[in-house]
Ligand binder design. Structure first.
Ligand SMILES: [Zn+2]
Length: 110
């Protein structure tokens, strides 16, 4: 999903209480594709959260949300030291981190 301003049509990520374009509060959600492309990436070598053992590769993913005037960017991660190319295809998955805790994430398409 992608947060969308009903007043001006801006699509923003991450979600916020106000539109970053017009400061409106009439925000809603629109469907987003479950596919994207790698915009950038980096490897995290120091563990910060016990659910994400280091090393892991953080992905910044561009998603072409219908109606958006720009790619909408989402974060994700893949285990280990991966070296994706900018523009590599990714697809959305949902990962169970703990009981009752599920997060959206991306996997590189082969
Ligand atoms: Zn707006």
């Amino acid at each position: 999903m992608a947060q969308t301003c009903q007043s001006c049509g801006n699509v923003q990520q991450p979600p916020r209480p106000r539109c970053i374009a017009c400061h409106g509060t009439d925000l809603t959600w629109r469907d987003a594709p479950a596919t994207g492309t790698v915009h950038s990436w980096t490897v995290v070598e120091h563990q910060i959260n016990p659910h994400f053992p280091a090393p892991y590769t953080v992905l910044l993913v561009d998603v072409a949300v219908p109606g958006a005037t720009h790619p909408v960017r989402y974060l994700g991660h893949v285990p280990g030291r991966t070296e994706p190319a900018v523009g590599d295809a990714v697809r959305l998955v949902f990962e169970d981190l703990a009981e009752g805790v599920t997060i959206p994430n991306w996997v590189l398409d082969d």
